[in-house]
Design a protein around this ligand. Sequence first.
Ligand code: PRP
Length: 216
Amino acid sequence: MRYITIALAKGRLAEISIELFEKIGLDIAEMKTKTRKLIFVDETYKLKFVMVKASDVPTYVEYGAADIGIVGKDTLIEECRNLYEMINLKFGACKMVVAGPESMREKLKVMNDFRVATKYVRVAKDYFYHQKNKTIEIIKLNGSVELAPLVGLSEVIVDIVESGKTLKENGLVVLEEICDLSARFVVNRVSMKMEKERIMDIVTKLRDLQEQEGNA
Ligand code: PRP
């Protein structure tokens, strides 16, 4: 039997994903140890787990290097890859927002020449160019995006907000909400045909768990 490979987004989502797989009966205790290994194997069910950077999960799954991925909707929208989104796992809930200093709230509605810093260039372009018809400049950053308005790199940011702590501690506020986000279970299109039975078995177990926990 071939291994089914599951790509997990390193960090917060991977931790919750591991708990989820334990609850449906997989033995992945090794993944909870502090290790720098990138591949973990469950010999009973012939599963392989690979730990990758969140933004790379859709790439692994689209190319079939992983059959399944667990990743945030934010990454899925931004990466725009060709894959099946099978389950909204509901955890990792947060929002994609436009944030900045309170003084930008009114200006944002009328100004057309401001800069937006973000890790999510596609999301920001779609929002400002297509939904708001603005011709603003978008600056790609790779992290600590909240810093940009504080040092004059941009007027506002497009980023995810979970607890709101990072914005608050940096004197920024949510100015506009773009969309709700959460973790998703995604599947490679060919794997879905070739390994339908085994993949649907995992999907069913996860859906049953969601119902049991009142999270469906
Ligand atoms: C994310 C996001 C915000 C923060 C929001 O950053 O980009 O900075 O979390 O969370 P909060 O509302 O609970 O404060 P991440 O931790 O991924 O780090 P990054 O700055 O490297 O993107």
